[in-house]
Design a protein around this ligand. Structure first.
Ligand SMILES: Cc1cc2nc3c(=O)[nH]c(=O)nc-3n(C[C@H](O)[C@H](O)[C@H](O)COP(=O)(O)O)c2cc1C
Ligand code: SF4
Ligand code: SF4
Length: 265
């Protein structure tokens, strides 16, 4: 394949973007990071490589950081990144990807980077966007996908050096602390009595961090905080501390639940 897109998603936004771009590019493999990230000897084969993922705490999810650090990219030449966020975003994730690429034995660089605003899934901090706002984000995403695909098809650069020289140290430290603590952050999750033991939370968890014990989910302290479990629970039985008793749940309406559970298979 000419292109490979490696993606990670919790609630489908990033997968929606990855699928749309892959379709427009043609000759493009779509590989779930959740399926391969623990394998040894990871190596890219395509000329063009894309990383598509959600923004977590101003920067990269831990799984993305670890994956890009680990994979051998020496066979590839052109790199792009698409970050889906709820709109509170800087260039930090692009800087982080570029830094990881530069540290490779055969130093690489990020050629193109894109920030796409999608509906909020961080319901442990903020409530979801209104339906009207969600619709606006989805419409804008369709236009951005066209522009992104044209840039990638033609192997263009869309980033200037200023982006990489911006001092975003504070955001970087915030994100680094998140990555350090995230695995154990699941101690705040619990299932309420209305859990019907359906097992959906266990199925959608991209990193197998949930095991059903006596019909209720138990979290295994290797969490990525993707929030798939809490957002997909059909009974709204999962909470994260007291805050989520008040917030609604979100997942991308265009992505089937099976597509979320399949990313680890
Ligand atoms: C742990 C976590 C942290 C997040 N941090 C940010 C953030 O710093 N800024 C922002 O705009 N959105 C943030 N979000 C929102 C997501 O980046 C956004 O909703 C994204 O589109 C979700 O993608 P997904 O559906 O592919 O998982 C965060 C979400 C999660 C789960
Ligand atoms: S998804 Fe919700 S209802 Fe189903 S097992 Fe998990 S907590 Fe219980
Ligand atoms: S336990 Fe929940 S929040 Fe943590 S990685 Fe699994 S699905 Fe995501």
């Amino acid at each position: 394949m000419e292109s490979t897109i490696y993606f990670f998603t919790g609630t489908g936004n990033s997968l929606k973007i990855a699928k749309d771009v892959a379709e427009k590019l043609g000759d493009c493999d779509l590989i779930p990071i959740a399926k391969i990230w623990q394998k040894e000897n990871l190596k890219s084969e395509s000329e063009k490589i894309g990383f598509v993922f959600p923004l977590y705490y101003s920067g990269l999810p831990k799984i993305i950081y670890d994956f890009i650090e680990k994979i051998d990219l020496s066979n590839s030449e052109y790199f792009f990144t698409i970050v889906s966020s709820a709109g509170d975003v800087t260039e930090l994730p692009l800087q982080q990807v570029n830094t990881l690429l530069k540290a490779k034995p055969k130093a690489k660089a990020l050629n193109a980077g894109f920030l796409v605003t999608m509906p909020n899934n961080y319901i442990i901090g903020y409530d979801i966007h209104s339906e009207k706002r969600q619709k606006e984000f989805f419409e804008k995403e369709m236009n951005q996908v066209k522009q992104i695909s044209e840039i990638v098809k033609n192997k263009k650069r869309n980033l200037n050096q200023d982006i990489f020289e911006k001092n975003l140290g504070r955001a970087e430290r915030f994100n680094a602390k998140f990555r350090e603590d995230v695995n154990k952050s699941d101690k705040n999750f619990y299932a309420e009595d209305n859990c019907n033991s359906c097992g959906i939370c266990e199925n959608v968890c991209p990193v197998n961090n949930i095991i059903m014990i006596d019909g209720v989910p138990e979290w295994q302290h290797k969490c990525q905080q993707c929030l798939a479990c809490i957002n997909f629970c059909p009974e709204k039985a999962i909470q994260f501390g007291p805050g989520t008793l008040k917030t609604q749940r979100y997942h991308n309406p265009e992505i089937a639940i099976e597509e979320i559970s399949n990313q680890k298979k």
